[in-house]
Design a protein around this ligand. Structure first.
Ligand code: DOR
Ligand code: ZN
Length: 456
């Protein structure tokens, strides 16, 4: 029997929206007791006073690039990046090479996950065969092979009949569809948001309508079919309004927003170039404010990074040639704590809920994202006083494509616990202030930045 006792942490339970200073006991990988003073005789004890204890974060939108694009990321490197960011569960998209569109490929990926993943990985399948939009995959066989849900992420299913049938199947078989909303005819040739920055750069823009037209369609299809629609990376004000109205009408819809859409506008492209190029693009200040408001009032349920690694070579091409996408796993919490919580735009409780209990509910993970007896012993420990500068050279991800390079942030994941494993995260990012570090964690060398693991 393994027993781990965390002493004196600030326990945050996003399910009951409660916070207290106290102890937490994990027995054989499950949470046994939360709160108060606990003192079993035979437990391994870690004194964590000064640290936040939250359920391990859940990211419902990442790209791990396996199979076929291992030069961009692998399940091993992507899940190491996840752990560094405090994530204990991720949902991987299916736009790999080849796309994950058959039970055979799904089984292969599940096997790689079993072998290589450092955190829990749930794997999506595509909605259409080859992501070609001509016919739907065999949903039932894919689920049997291990699909956690379906998504055509990277583009939309433009054929409304196929989307209708997919949503009907999602209602009958009770699976989730994560919906990348983009009318490919409206967005074609666009590189950044349609507006001032596109004009200034003399490039084609992507209109907010490209997202909203498909969102409107899919909300109607979801209402008709009672399908389980989840809207991926919401980026516009009007989208937030449409989801708010849809929820009020009782449509079974949930939504996510990314850290970059919550904190940056299209202007970032002028400074960061292709490192701020992603799809959907960064929008206007008014959109950013509406997204934050949507998160605050529950219209948007989850924060998901859309971690989309590409090689430094690919991202150093011109704005036109570089692929869409930015990474986000290792910067998510520090960026959002600094930019939203410390600036008074979002409560810490709401931030943590959007990274834990809310995605757990959407994904039907009843024992994750919670801090209570019987839940999985998957936790993140955070130091809210620790400061650092984001340095992509220290990322565990193979990607370096972040718009947050050089940003000074506060609030760092320090430790991740998964079952009976304690993972010490020795700061992927260079440390500015050592004021709050215990002496044993002095300035880390690059070697020491590698992920460490100890089992008790
Ligand atoms: O920016 C993006 N990158 N948006 C997507 O929809 C796909 C993703 C990728 O796979 O690189
Ligand atoms: Zn994506």
């Amino acid at each position: 029997m393994s027993k781990l006792l965390l002493k004196g942490g600030r326990l945050i339970d996003p399910e009951r929206r409660k916070e207290e200073i106290g102890d937490l006991l994990i027995v054989d990988g499950k949470i046994e007791q939360v709160g108060g003073s606990i003192s079993p005789s035979d437990a391994s004890v870690i004194d964590i006073s000064g640290l936040i204890v939250a359920p391990g974060f859940i990211d419902m939108h990442v790209h791990l690039r396996q199979p076929g694009q291992e030069h961009k990321e692998t399940i091993a490197t992507g899940t190491t990046a996840a752990m560094r960011g405090g994530f204990t569960t991720v949902l991987a998209m299916a736009n790999t090479s080849p796309p994950i569109d058959s039970p055979r490929i799904m089984r292969e990926v599940v096997e790689i996950i079993r072998r290589d993943a450092l955190v829990n990985v749930l794997q999506m399948g595509t909605i259409t065969v080859g992501m070609r939009g001509k016919r739907n995959v065999d949903f039932e066989a894919m689920i049997e092979a291990g699909a956690a849900g379906f998504s055509e992420d990277g583009k939309s299913v433009m054929n409304s009949r196929l989307m209708l049938e997919a949503l009907r199947a999602s209602s009958e078989m009770e699976f989730l569809i994560s919906d990348h909303c983009e009318d490919g005819n409206l967005s074609k040739g666009g590189l950044v948001n349609e507006g001032e920055v596109a004009r200034r750069l003399g490039v084609r823009g992507i209109s907010h309508l490209a997202e909203e037209v498909i969102l409107a369609r899919d909300l109607m299809l979801a209402e008709e079919t009672k399908g389980r629609l989840h809207v991926a990376h919401v980026s516009t004000k009007r989208s937030v309004e449409m989801i708010r109205e849809a929820k009020a009408r009782g449509i079974n819809v949930t939504a996510e927003v990314t850290p970059h859409h919550l904190t940056l506008t299209q202007k970032a492209v002028l400074e960061m170039g292709a490192d701020a190029k992603m799809n959907p693009p960064l929008r206007d200040r008014g959109d950013v404010e509406a997204l934050i408001e949507g998160l605050r009032d529950g219209t948007i349920d989850a924060i998901a990074t859309d971690h989309a690694p590409h090689t430094p070579q690919e991202k150093s091409l011109s704005l036109e040639e570089a692929p869409f996408g930015v990474i986000g796993l290792e910067t998510c919490f520090p960026v959002l704590y600094t930019e939203l919580v410390l600036k008074g735009k979002l409560d810490l409780m709401d931030l943590i809920a959007a990274l834990t209990i809310n995605p757990a509910r959407i994904l039907g993970l009843e024992r994750k994202g919670r801090l209570k007896k019987g839940a999985d012993g998957e936790l993140v420990l955070l130091d809210l006083n620790r400061e650092m500068v984001i340095d992509p050279e220290n990322f565990a991800s193979k990607g370096r494509n972040t718009p947050f390079a050089g940003m000074k942030v506060k609030g760092v994941p320090m430790m991740v616990i998964i079952g009976d494993e304690i993972h010490t995260l020795l700061f992927p990012l260079s440390v500015v202030s050592m004021a709050n570090c215990p002496p044993s964690t002095a300035q880390p060398s690059l070697e020491r930045l590698t992920f460490q693991r100890s089992t008790f």
